[in-house]
Write a protein that binds this ligand. Structure first.
Ligand SMILES: NC(=O)c1ccc[n+]([C@@H]2O[C@H](COP(=O)([O-])OP(=O)(O)OC[C@H]3O[C@@H](n4cnc5c(N)ncnc54)[C@H](OP(=O)(O)O)[C@@H]3O)[C@@H](O)[C@H]2O)c1
Length: 269
């Protein structure tokens, strides 16, 4: 039986084992998928031990996506662009790193929500690991512009510089957002985790059709409730992104594409 796991800290809340087992059932694939909590400084040891015990692959979550990037001997294009890895593939010769967060978000927006990204103006709040992971796949869809606004302005500017060869992208501070008309606003900050809403001018929501929070919870997140209270009727959380990034990792590991819709319905229930 092939062995997989998700590594991170904290990792106890992770839905990845449930999702991967449900995908596996669709193809009668037998696999072991566990959660491994990794303490600070232990990432490399944990990966080496797992690999030497016959592990076939790992999903990597906060705060180890950059460490996973650093230990990868081969990198996919999306991992190279993101400078972060959320999926490790082990074989006898090497460790390969991939990043499926962007594919997950794009597939969720387009296929689960029916939101067409092409020619749209997008405002993204936050400039951390999740945002750097999604920018490449989002820009490939050729939006009109992506504005990244972050509390630490330098990080938003860095992302602008790293991704400007792929399309129109502007990095700025949360209080410097140009008064453009945005079709989609994505919350990629960790503010929701602390129950906080972004401190941006609410006039920016005036023309927004869709407000998407990368965070997910059993009920509407604070960002979703804030957007609705300010006139955006169409809101969603990031559970679909989670399931879609898992599906992309599953396809990399097993060579088959799972049906995500039935898994999402089960998780929502
Ligand atoms: N659905 C999914 O599959 C999925 C996948 C990955 C991540 N996520 C979610 O995405 C979010 C971001 O994750 P990450 O990995 O990018 O985290 P990260 O690398 O730690 O980055 C956190 C970002 O949030 C900003 N931030 C934190 N607290 C804030 C506050 N109170 N006000 C304004 N900005 C604040 C940070 O700004 P500074 O740069 O100024 O510190 C930074 O831009 C989390 O909610 C995570 O759960 C979801």
């Amino acid at each position: 039986m092939k062995k997989f796991a998700v590594v991170g800290n904290p990792v106890n809340h992770s839905l990845s084992p449930v999702i991967h087992q449900q995908f596996a059932r669709q193809f009668d694939i037998q696999l072991e998928y566990t959660k491994i909590q990794v303490e600070a400084g232990e990432f490399q040891n944990v990966v080496n031990t797992f690999r030497h015990q016959g592990g076939a692959g790992l999903n990597v979550t906060v705060p180890y996506k950059t460490d996973a990037y650093a230990i990868s001997q081969q990198l996919s294009t999306s991992a190279t662009l993101a400078k972060a890895v959320n999926t490790l593939i082990f074989n006898a010769e090497s460790i390969k790193g991939d990043n499926t967060d962007g594919t997950g978000l794009v597939n969720d927006l387009i296929h689960n929500h029916g939101f067409n990204i092409t020619n749209k103006s997008i405002l993204i709040l936050g400039a951390g690991g999740a945002v750097s992971g999604v920018l490449g796949p989002l820009l490939i869809q050729q939006p009109q512009v992506i504005v990244i606004a972050n509390r630490t302005v330098a990080k938003a500017i860095d992302l602008q510089q790293n991704f400007s060869h792929l399309g129109s992208i502007i990095g700025c501070g949360l209080d410097q957002i140009k008064s453009l008309k945005f079709d989609l606003i994505i919350n990629g900050t960790a503010a929701s985790l602390a129950g906080q809403t972004p401190s941006i001018d609410i006039d920016l929501l005036k023309d927004v059709q869709f407000a998407y929070d990368m965070m997910y919870a059993s009920e509407a997140t604070v960002f979703m409730r804030w957007a609705q209270a300010n006139g955006v009727e169409w809101v969603a959380d990031g559970l679909g992104m989670l399931v879609e990034q898992a599906a992309a990792a599953f396809e990399i590991w097993h060579g088959v594409k799972p049906d995500t819709r039935q898994v999402l319905i089960k998780l929502r229930a």
